[in-house]
Design a protein around this ligand. Structure first.
Ligand code: CA
Length: 224
């Protein structure tokens, strides 16, 4: 799961990124409405998590603008404004869920999972190519129905390739899929993820292959 976190309190943001990262949730963190609008337009997220009181305005005001642009990811408001009328205003403004601070991380996680389950885009998708199947709800990849064991970033590489199967996926697109904004990216890390995935595909008897397209990127297709 990949989320956008709009939160201007640095300590809370850092704590959330650590806690969510441990659960294999990729977090892109921004501090202003302007940056959140930018990221939501250019990236695809499973859930958008917005604070309300921000340096450049009110988090709720972003919702109608995003919906007009057909950005349909579910939005969870995470805010100290937890009174009844605040929660009602948040839901009326188009938020899909509302969690008041302070909150328990387990509740946040449960709500993120629930929002992802409800999201029509994610829940309807399961990708199959050759004998390879990828389920983005469970982050599971199987070959002929047998689950294969992938590390988090290996899974993200496979997901990015599966979503664009039979098309060339450029290196920048893959790097963006695998790393959140705040991760440090070691050079050649992408290639080592790819080679580990190839070995696992080989060992599992996959009928698909990842072809390198020199200087451009990679392509997932059925072996010929
Ligand atoms: Ca705030």
């Amino acid at each position: 799961m990949r989320i956008l976190l709009l939160e201007d309190e640095p300590e809370l943001a850092a704590a959330l990124m650590t806690a969510l990262g441990r659960r294999d949730i990729l977090v892109d963190h921004v501090c202003t409405l302007a940056d959140a609008a930018l990221m939501a337009r250019f990236e695809t997220y499973d859930v958008l998590v917005f604070d309300r009181r921000l340096p450049d305005g009110e988090g709720l005001d972003l919702i109608p603008a995003l919906r007009r642009e057909k950005i349909t990811a579910p939005i969870l408001m995470l805010t100290a404004l937890g009174g009844l009328q605040h929660r009602v205003a948040g839901l009326d403004a188009g938020a899909d869920d509302y969690l008041a601070k302070p909150f328990a991380i387990e509740e946040l996680l449960a709500r993120l999972r629930a929002l992802q389950r409800r999201s029509p885009i994610v829940s309807s998708e399961q990708f199959t190519l050759g004998n390879l199947t990828l389920d983005p709800r469970s982050n599971e990849v199987s070959i002929d129905g047998r689950l294969i064991d992938l590390a988090r970033r290996e899974y993200l590489v496979v997901e990015a390739l599966m979503r664009r199967a039979n098309r060339i996926v450029t290196r920048p697109v893959l790097v963006e899929a695998v790393y959140s904004l705040d991760d440090e990216i070691e050079s050649n890390a992408l290639d080592s993820h790819i080679s580990r995935v190839r070995r696992k595909f080989g060992a599992g008897g996959a009928s698909v292959e990842i072809r390198a397209i020199r200087n451009i990127g990679y392509l997932l297709r059925v072996k010929t």
